[in-house]
Design a protein around this ligand. Structure first.
Ligand SMILES: [Zn+2]
Ligand SMILES: [Zn+2]
Length: 461
C-alpha cells in the first residue's frame, strides 16, 4: 500500500482553537456579574448603569445569562445570540493536513482517496475538550505529528492527552519544537522525556522530540514547513531581559501562521517575504537516522514503533509559489489595547498590508470583544457596513467600538492605507475549515468551508 504523500493534495487548515491562553468564556464572567471590571472600558463602552446586564446576578432560572455584563462571555452561553457559540474559543491551535497518495481498490479499478495525515500545531490546555468537540465532525482519526510554537501552557499542556492516541495508533508521535520549548516541556513533564521518571502505572504518551533550529526549513507529512521566529513578550534570566522566542510557521508557501507575537525581527521578515522554501534536497528531512534525537518518553519492551517517516522520499518540489499569499493567520488579542506579549489589530493590519494575503484570519482573541463585534469591525476594514442596524444585542457596542477604532491616534496613521487596501480580514472561529488548492492557484487560491465544524446553539457542545 502506498504511503507517500499525495503531491496534488490540497492543504487543509482546521481551526481547533482561536482564543488566547484563558480560553473563552471565562467562568468569572459568567458568575461574578458585579462589579463590571473597570479595565473593560478601555476596550468597550461600559453598559449603562441601569441596564439589565449591569445589575445582574447569577440566576440560571431567572434572567441569566442576559445579566452577564461581558458581551463576549454572555454571547457564548446565550441561546438568543445566533452565532454566540463562536465566542467559545479554545487555546489557539490548528491542524494542517494533506492526503496520502490514493490507494488502489481491491478490484484494481477504482482509486480511493488517500487518508488525511494530521499535523497539529500546539496542543494546549484545551486540547482535550476541543478535540472531543471537533475531531468527530472532521473525521480526524489519527495524529501524525505535533509542532509546538513555544513553551507556554496554552501551547503544550495537552501533550499528556496524546497518551491514548499513541496507544491506539501503536506508534510514537513525533513532536517538533525548538530547544527552549523542549527544556520547558522537560521541566513540566519530566516523564515525557524520561520514562524512568513516571510514577503510578507508568502509562505515558510515546513521544519523540525533534529539536529544530529557530530558522529551520523542514518537511513533515508531505508539508513543507518554514519556521518563523518572532518575539512573544520578554522574560528575565539572571536579571537579564530576554525576548521569548515563539515560532510562527509558513506551510507550503501558502499559509503563514503566527499565533503569538509582539515583534517580528527583520530576519524573519526576510524569510516571510522570500516565500521560496528551498528544494527538498537541501532541507532537513526527519527520519530515523538524522533526527536530533532526545530520550523518548517511552522505552518499555512493548514500545511501539515510530511510523515510517513520511518524508523519506522527497516530493517533487512545486516551483510555482502562489501569488499572492493565500492565507495569513495572525495574533490580534484586542482591537485597540496593546499587550506586552501580543500585537493588537492595528499592528496585525500593518503586517497583513505588507504580506498582502488573499485572506487574513485573526486568532488569539479574548473577551470582552464578542465575535459579532470583531466581525463588524473587520467589515469596516473592508469599507463595508456589515450588519449595521440589525437587532443584534451587541450592535450598539459594535458601533461604538468601530467609532473608537477609526478615531484612535495609532489607527489614524494607517487609515488611508487600510482604506485603499480594503483587504479581507475576518475573525477566526473554532471549527472553521480552510482549504488551499495544491498550487495555491484558482480564483482566490483558497476555499473557506464554512460551518463544517460549526455547532449551533441547539447542540450540546
Ligand atoms: Zn468575559
Ligand atoms: Zn504564549
Amino acid at each position: 500500500m502506498p504511503t507517500d504523500p499525495d503531491s496534488d493534495s490540497p492543504l487543509q487548515l482546521l481551526f481547533l482553537g482561536t482564543g488566547t491562553s484563558t480560553g473563552l468564556p471565562l467562568t468569572p464572567c459568567l458568575t461574578l456579574t458585579q462589579p463590571y471590571p473597570a479595565e473593560f472600558s478601555s476596550h468597550l463602552p461600559l453598559p449603562a448603569p441601569n441596564s439589565s446586564p449591569a445589575k445582574g446576578e447569577y440566576n440560571p432560572d431567572g434572567e441569566w445569562p442576559d445579566t452577564i455584563p461581558c458581551a463576549c462571555c454572555r454571547a457564548a452561553v446565550s441561546p438568543d445570540v445566533p452565532e454566540g457559540w463562536k465566542n467559545k474559543r479554545g487555546n489557539t491551535s490548528v491542524i494542517v493536513r494533506k492526503r496520502r497518495a490514493a490507494t488502489q481498490a481491491a478490484d484494481g479499478e477504482e482509486e480511493e482517496e488517500g487518508e488525511w495525515r494530521n499535523v497539529i500545531v500546539d496542543v494546549g490546555k484545551t486540547f482535550r475538550e476541543q478535540s472531543a468537540r471537533f475531531f468527530p465532525r472532521w473525521g480526524v482519526k489519527r495524529i501524525d505529528a505535533v509542532i509546538l510554537t513555544h513553551g507556554h501552557a496554552d501551547a503544550y499542556y495537552g501533550l499528556d492527552d496524546l497518551r491514548e492516541w499513541c496507544f491506539r495508533q501503536n506508534c510514537v508521535i513525533p513532536v517538533f519544537l525548538n530547544r527552549e520549548t523542549y527544556e520547558t516541556v522537560a521541566m513540566s513533564f519530566p516523564y515525557l522525556v524520561d520514562r524512568k521518571k513516571a510514577s503510578g502505572g507508568g502509562d505515558v504518551p510515546a513521544l519523540r522530540f525533534h529539536i529544530i533550529e529557530d530558522d529551520a526549513d523542514f518537511e513533515v507529512e508531505g508539508i513543507r514547513v518554514r519556521a518563523l521566529p518572532v518575539e512573544h513578550g520578554i522574560y528575565f534570566q539572571d536579571d537579564e531581559r530576554k525576548p521569548l522566542i515563539c515560532l510562527g510557521f509558513m506551510f507550503d508557501e501558502s499559509i503563514i501562521y503566527m499565533s503569538d507575537v509582539s515583534e517580528i525581527p527583520p530576519a524573519t521578515w526576510e524569510r516571510m517575504m522570500d516565500r521560496n522554501i528551498p528544494d527538498l534536497s537541501a532541507m532537513t528531512t526527519f527520519n530515523s537516522t538524522n533526527i536530533s534525537e532526545q530520550p523518548s518518553g517511552y522505552d518499555s519492551p512493548n514500545r511501539p514503533k515510530e511510523s515510517p517517516p513520511a518524508d523519506s522520499k522527497p516530493l517533487p518540489l512545486k516551483k510555482k509559489v502562489p501569488r499572492p499569499l493565500p492565507v495569513l493567520i495572525i495574533d490580534s488579542l484586542w482591537p485597540l489595547v496593546r499587550h506586552s506579549s501580543h500585537i493588537h489589530l492595528p499592528e496585525a493590519l500593518r503586517i497583513a498590508m505588507r504580506l498582502k494575503p488573499s485572506i487574513t484570519y485573526l486568532v488569539d482573541l479574548v473577551h470582552p470583544v464578542s465575535h459579532y463585534m470583531w466581525h463588524e469591525l473587520c467589515a469596516s476594514v473592508r469599507g463595508e457596513n456589515g450588519k449595521k442596524g440589525c437587532q443584534h444585542p451587541d450592535d450598539e457596542q459594535a458601533r461604538e467600538l468601530i467609532g473608537r477604532f477609526w478615531n484612535d491616534k495609532d489607527v489614524k496613521t494607517i487609515e488611508g492605507k487600510v482604506k485603499k487596501w480594503g483587504g479581507r480580514v475576518e475573525p477566526g472561529w473554532d471549527g472553521l475549515v480552510v482549504e488551499v488548492n495544491g498550487d495555491g492557484g484558482g480564483e482566490e487560491g483558497f476555499e473557506v468551508i464554512e460551518g463544517k465544524g460549526g455547532s449551533g446553539p441547539g447542540l450540546a457542545m
